[in-house]
Design a protein around this ligand. Structure first.
Ligand code: UT7
Length: 328
């Protein structure tokens, strides 16, 4: 079967107004700006209001992506929302977003692959378009991590923030668009990064709340080691599949978890700083929203031109990882 070439037609982003700085966190837990900046690279993060849920953030990012793609919501065939902070268990955040957008003919589902969710979503949605089943898909990463973060736990609360990024994908001219994907999972590392309350294993109860099972738990150092290994490996795998060399890369858009993890990926790919998009200093780690938010900002900053070779790469809870090589 012939496959259509598929690529990104438009990008959008949204972050809440409220800023939580490292100095604000100094007043909440035993930490300091110097520690956070040197160990992570993060200076501040955005926090959603009590009224805002992930679909609200997703809506604004989606509108931006539709505008920049030059299509309207009723042209969408599919909406995929990658999130670990859905508005509720069900209906899916994608269905809530479909209603808010008025994307009447779109199929809609959420996808759970933690910080790798956006790449999983892209790979999924692009296949629907490559086969000709659909014409336009909206892929969103949207998170309100502040709502599942324990602000008495300094190991996690300095890292996470809220935001959303979105892309519209569709057919592109021959030679452009996605050249390769790499997706992976290692469930044996599931305990390293999790929210284990509120599901069918530990339903919400007074006891689950008391034990703080509704908050993110993380074995930071173990996740760090995994991240350093897998970011480079996944990026090299998509390069190999696309038949590109490291020197071909024009821009790397990595998951924004920790500056030191990003630096190790840049070293492995032999990339100078100007070939890597970094915005975690302003937003922290926004999980599934991280890569599309960074991509939307790279576009805003004029860092991408037609024909550029781009690598997206991320890792996250599951454990999971994902990467893509694409021509802009
Ligand atoms: O999207 C995926 C999500 N997760 C990640 O990507 C996280 C990956 N891991 C990391 O980014 C890093 O492991 C952290 C930033 C979480 C921690 O950095 P680290 O260099 O691995 O520090 P550590 O966990 O080895 O802790 C070093 C010390 C410890 O003190 P002791 O035991 O040596 O006395 C911690 O208690 O730093 C202490 N510490 C802090 N100190 C000040 C941990 N958190 C803080 C903090 N402020 N916020």
């Amino acid at each position: 079967m012939d496959l259509y070439p598929v690529g990104i037609l438009g990008t959008g982003k949204y972050v809440p107004d409220r800023i939580l700085s490292n100095h604000d966190l100094e007043k909440m837990v035993d930490t300091n700006d110097e520690w956070i900046v040197t160990r992570t690279g993060i200076r501040e993060r955005r926090i959603s209001s009590d009224e805002q849920a992930s679909s609200d953030l997703a809506l604004e990012a989606a509108k931006g992506a539709l505008d920049s793609a030059g299509i309207t919501a009723d042209q969408l065939d599919l909406i995929v929302v990658a999130t670990i902070t859905p508005d509720m268990a069900f209906p899916s955040t994608a269905c809530i977003l479909q209603e808010k957008l008025g994307a009447r003919k779109a199929a809609a589902f959420d996808l759970s692959a933690a910080c790798s969710g956006f790449i999983y979503g892209l790979a999924n949605a692009s296949n629907f378009i490559a086969t000709g089943m659909y014409q336009y898909a909206l892929v969103v990463g949207a998170e309100c991590l502040s709502k599942i973060t324990d602000y008495t736990d300094r190991n996690t609360c300095v890292l996470f923030g809220d935001g959303a990024g979105a892309v519209v994908i569709g057919r592109v001219p021959e030679g452009r668009g996605f050249k390769s994907f790499e997706l992976g999972a290692d469930g044996s590392g599931g305990d390293l990064l999790k929210v284990c309350g509120g599901g069918s294993r530990n339903p919400s109860s007074a006891a689950s709340l008391e034990s703080k099972l509704h908050f993110i738990q993380m074995a930071g150092a173990d996740v760090f080691k995994f991240a350093v290994r897998i970011m480079g490996a996944a990026a090299e795998e998509v390069l190999r599949k696309a038949k590109w060399e490291k020197a071909d890369i024009d821009l790397l858009v990595p998951h924004q978890a920790n500056k030191r993890i990003i630096q190790s990926a840049m070293e492995r790919l032999e990339l100078p700083p100007e070939k890597c998009m970094v915005n975690l200093d302003r937003y922290g780690n926004v999980s599934a929203a991280s890569i599309p938010l960074a991509l939307a900002e790279a576009v805003e900053e004029g860092r991408l031109k037609e024909g550029d070779k781009l690598i997206l790469v991320g890792f996250g809870g599951g454990l999971t990882w994902g990467a893509s090589a694409l021509v802009w």
